[in-house]
Write a protein that binds this ligand. Structure first.
Ligand SMILES: NC(=O)c1ccc[n+]([C@@H]2O[C@H](COP(=O)([O-])OP(=O)(O)OC[C@H]3O[C@@H](n4cnc5c(N)ncnc54)[C@H](OP(=O)(O)O)[C@@H]3O)[C@@H](O)[C@H]2O)c1
Length: 225
């Protein structure tokens, strides 16, 4: 039995006890509390995997859709920390939040294509879609190649056109350490939208609220007091 607090992710983790392989988790840094650590597992693998697949680098101007959401808000800061210029797509109400993360906001209530083309002095080189719908189509309309477009939401269009369905499938377990380091160094702030207790009523409320599609950052269910 290992008693050190770990950081990772596993299907079925909304439980008091689960079995995980030792190689699938890393030690939780002391300065990250349990609630914040709970937001990091899926995000570490998703963001690390996606940016590996589209080969994000410091010279990139990258657009991120659903930039204020659970994955998007971490992807924005990760890309900023890597030295890229980041344009985040979200609603106007998230304008101040996205600016605080280091992104240029393009509000989806506007003509997104025009706004994207004038958002940065340098041309857009990469696109990470964290929303689905027509964002991959939008990315192609900006003149990007399929190899420069990653999406977390697969569709026949994505596959036929040669965009990259990505996320944890392109991750390594080292991605846990990378995000943990960024958080420990203050390069990534983890925003908790709301903490729920571990009752049926409360968990149902968490999923209902998540499904409404406007979470800022992550929701946490506190399994133990
Ligand atoms: N490939 C994988 O293995 C993998 C892994 C993780 C997640 N995912 C998928 O990735 C997606 C994102 O997950 P998530 O947890 O980050 O979702 P989430 O937190 O629920 O996303 C919520 C965000 O979506 C934004 N949003 C709502 N309508 C929008 C629109 N029309 N255009 C742009 N943004 C909009 C909201 O911004 P406003 O409040 O400003 O509207 C909100 O910040 C989900 O579909 C999820 O299933 C896939």
């Amino acid at each position: 039995m290992i008693s050190d607090p770990g950081l990772g992710t596993k299907r079925g983790a909304l439980a008091t006890e689960i079995c995980v392989n030792e190689s699938e988790i890393v030690l939780k840094p002391e300065m990250i509390d349990m609630n914040h650590a709970a937001t990091m597992g899926v995000a570490s693998l998703t963001v690390g995997g996606a940016f590996r697949k589209i080969e994000l680098n410091s010279k990139d101007v990258v657009v991120i859709s659903a930039a204020a959401g659970g994955i998007g808000s971490i992807a924005v800061q990760y890309a900023v920390a890597k030295g890229a210029t980041v344009i985040g797509i979200a609603s106007k109400k998230n304008s101040d939040y996205l600016k605080s993360l280091g992104a240029i906001l393009v509000a989806y209530e506007e003509n997104i294509q025009n706004a994207l083309l004038s958002a940065s002095a340098k041309p857009i080189t990469k696109f990470l879609d964290c929303y689905g719908s027509d964002y991959v189509k939008l990315a192609f309309s900006l003149g990007l190649k399929g190899t420069a477009i990653g999406t977390l939401v697969p569709s026949p269009y994505v596959m036929i056109k040669g965009a990259q369905f990505t996320g944890p499938r392109h991750s390594t377990y080292d991605d846990f350490n990378t995000l943990a380091e960024m958080v420990s160094e203050g390069k990534v702030q983890l925003n908790i939208d709301q903490v729920y207790d571990f009752s049926l009523k409360s968990v149902r409320e968490a999923y209902r609220s998540l499904k409404s599609g406007h979470t800022r950052g992550k929701k946490v269910v506190k399994v133990r007091g």
